[in-house]
Design a protein around this ligand. Structure first.
Ligand code: PEP
Ligand code: CO
Length: 444
């Protein structure tokens, strides 16, 4: 146990992305209430994930992490939740088939409700209001009432996370048997791609591998193995995270039991800051977003703080440089980690370095940039004798039009048709599936 750490020790450090609650008394009472409620996940699940991530570090498993940029409370409905699970499960089957590796499925869900913002206020028609920071903090509508941080939303967020997780756990117990049969997947988009022959060959091969397994086992795969999903979110609001931080009876360690796999965002990873202080003390496996502004020395210092004992499975570095920067930025970091013989899991987030704004002011990302960064990431790691052990996507199981390109060739004029994200643009169902097929094709 780290003597100088406690779940509250972050409060003495500079806090980035601070939320100013006008109603301090309600905040205090709400956090006290939250701290008494049951945990959302268990420490043994969290520890199991850590062991699996340790195997991914050795190239024995592969991490697939994905979900919304920001979950909204309104998305806590059966269809969006099941849709996200289904697309992640389909992608994972394709990855299992092409890589011959077990896949660790981690959703950006059941708690991904808070967002870092680049400015504290947003101005429209001369009126400045607090920026929208996610449903955990305030609401997106542009009125003083909606934008004022409301402590009771923390409780609503905990409840929504619990409801989401409850449904996910139910579905995992066997509601997904049909997904093991790719002939039932919605694959109409494939015909719009020049690569349709390749795609269909992969899907057919996944299907026949599953049928072969089922024949041998004499039962359907859906009955055979319980599908496993883990949860993750950016650990941004430290008041909220602290309230979910629990000590296992009779053990000196503290876990964040609000999620299995919290991560530190690219904007809150300052070495002397409150987020680093909080994260260094929890026993969960944790992620660290690594963007273009980090130097090799800074990265090594962060690793020393977050994983001083070099514990396997503890630290995942989620790099997100953008297709135009990865070639320059990634190699020095890999080299520094190799030189110091540190154990990390490398994971590529090809979304956050590739965000752009159209002429009409719409935030989007190009399918080809996302794929391009991923391709480079695989190549660079393999050339340097390192392992790219995971991928991190912003995606949804729904038919949104937020990212450009893909088999249907979504163009800027399509973006208005079904753009639902309040924050970053997500791959839709077809784009996400195609992304998995393309990764499979390259590696298969
Ligand atoms: C995110 O994952 O939504 C995010 C804000 O990423 P980053 O911290 O890498 O910018
Ligand atoms: Co995002």
């Amino acid at each position: 146990m780290k003597n100088d750490w406690s779940p509250t020790s972050w409060q003495t450090k500079p806090l980035a992305q601070r939320v100013d609650y006008p109603d301090a008394e309600t905040l205090r009472a709400t956090l006290a209430e939250l701290a008494e409620l049951p945990p959302l996940v268990t420490s043994w699940e969290v520890d199991a994930l850590k062991s699996q991530l340790a195997e991914a570090q050795q190239g024995k498993r592969f991490l697939l992490q994905g979900g919304d940029c920001c979950e909204r409370f309104d998305d806590c409905r059966p269809d969006p939740i099941a849709g996200k699970l289904k697309i992640l499960l389909k992608m994972s089957l394709i990855l299992i088939f092409s890589r011959h590796q077990r896949v660790i499925r981690v959703g950006r869900f059941a708690g991904q409700y808070a967002k870092p913002r680049s400015t504290d206020t947003e101005t429209r028609n001369g009126i400045a209001l607090p920026s929208y920071r996610g449903d955990l903090i305030n609401r997106s509508a542009f009125s003083p009432d909606d934008r004022t941080p409301n402590p009771r939303l923390l409780l609503r967020g905990y409840e929504r996370a619990a409801l989401t997780l409850n449904y996910i756990r139910g579905l995992m117990e066997g509601g997904f048997a049909d997904l093991h049969h790719p002939e039932l997947w919605d694959l109409d988009f494939v015909q719009h791609s020049a690569k349709s022959g390749d795609y269909l060959a992969i899907v057919e091969a996944v299907g026949s591998a599953i049928r072969f397994m089922e024949t041998i086992a004499g039962t359907s795969l859906g009955d055979l193995n319980r599908v496993e999903f883990f949860t993750s979110h950016e650990g941004l609001d430290l008041d909220f995270e602290q309230a979910q931080t629990r000590q296992a009876p009779g053990r000196p360690v503290w876990h964040n039991l609000g999620t299995h796999f919290p991560w530190i965002g690219d904007r809150t990873r300052s070495i002397d800051g409150a987020h680093m202080e909080y994260f260094r003390g929890i026993a969960n496996p944790i992620g660290l977003k690594v963007g273009s502004t980090i130097s090799p020395e800074e990265l090594c210092d962060l690793i020393d703080v977050l994983n001083p004992e070099d514990e396997p499975g503890r630290l995942t570095l989620i790099h997100r440089f953008g297709v135009r920067q990865i070639e320059q930025r990634l190699p020095p970091l890999i080299e520094a980690v190799q030189q110091r013989r540190r154990t990390v899991l490398w994971c590529c987030d090809p979304m956050h370095g590739n965000t752009m704004v159209t002429q009409h002011g719409i935030k989007t990302r190009r399918f080809d940039d996302i794929l391009g960064e991923l391709g480079q990431a695989f190549k660079i790691h393999s050339q340097m004798g390192s392992i790219l052990g995971g991928v991190h996507f912003e995606l949804t199981g729904e038919n949104v039009t937020e990212c450009l390109g893909g088999a249907r060739g979504l163009s800027e004029s399509d973006l208005g048709k079904a753009y639902h994200s309040d924050v970053d643009p997500r791959l839709n169902y077809e784009q996400a599936l195609e992304m998995a097929l393309l990764i499979a094709k390259r590696m298969g």
